[in-house]
Design a binder for this molecule. Sequence first.
Ligand SMILES: Cc1cc2nc3c(=O)[nH]c(=O)nc-3n(C[C@H](O)[C@H](O)[C@H](O)COP(=O)(O)O)c2cc1C
Length: 174
Amino acid sequence: MKNDSFLEQLVSRRSVRSYTAESVEREELDAILTAGLYAPSGMGRQNTILVCVTKKETRDILSKLNAQIIGNDSDPFYGAPAVIAVLADNIAPTFVEDGALVLGNMLNEASARGLGACWIHRARQVFELPEGKQLLAQWKIPESYKGIGFCIVGHADIVKPAAARRDGRIISID
Ligand SMILES: Cc1cc2nc3c(=O)[nH]c(=O)nc-3n(C[C@H](O)[C@H](O)[C@H](O)COP(=O)(O)O)c2cc1C
């Protein structure tokens, strides 16, 4: 079935790295999380966990740990008020791919809702730090769950136009 508007949504999504101070409505976050839940997973295992953080104190701890991995004192979450940490159980051979699809779905849903979002890296290292492991214990998540990525969400302050795509990346064999 033809659905041009869906393709338009995908094509216009951009990573947002500048946010207003406005918080994200709970219903918006719930829709983004649902989009993540409905990502496909290897053998349908659904072995991913999505931790939605809106409490500033916890959001700031995650930001600090992420910056610690980078080796500076920046805010790698660019001021975004909400952060969704995606973790996947490494018992499954597809755990990285499963987590990546969850993140992709959430980025696209956020964009389709007119919100800003961006994948932020270093989740794996963050949850391997003693403070990261402490958070996992607090959230009752077993240590076999590895950090795949953070999806930051907020109201975009600056949105850039869609980036051009490099040529020659599609090979059609007729
Ligand atoms: C695996 C992965 C890790 C990423 N990590 C970061 C990151 O740590 N910080 C950041 O600002 N953007 C990060 N990004 C966003 C990319 O930089 C962004 O997708 C890319 O520049 C293309 O821009 P676009 O998303 O606007 O098309 C990451 C994206 C992916 C897929």
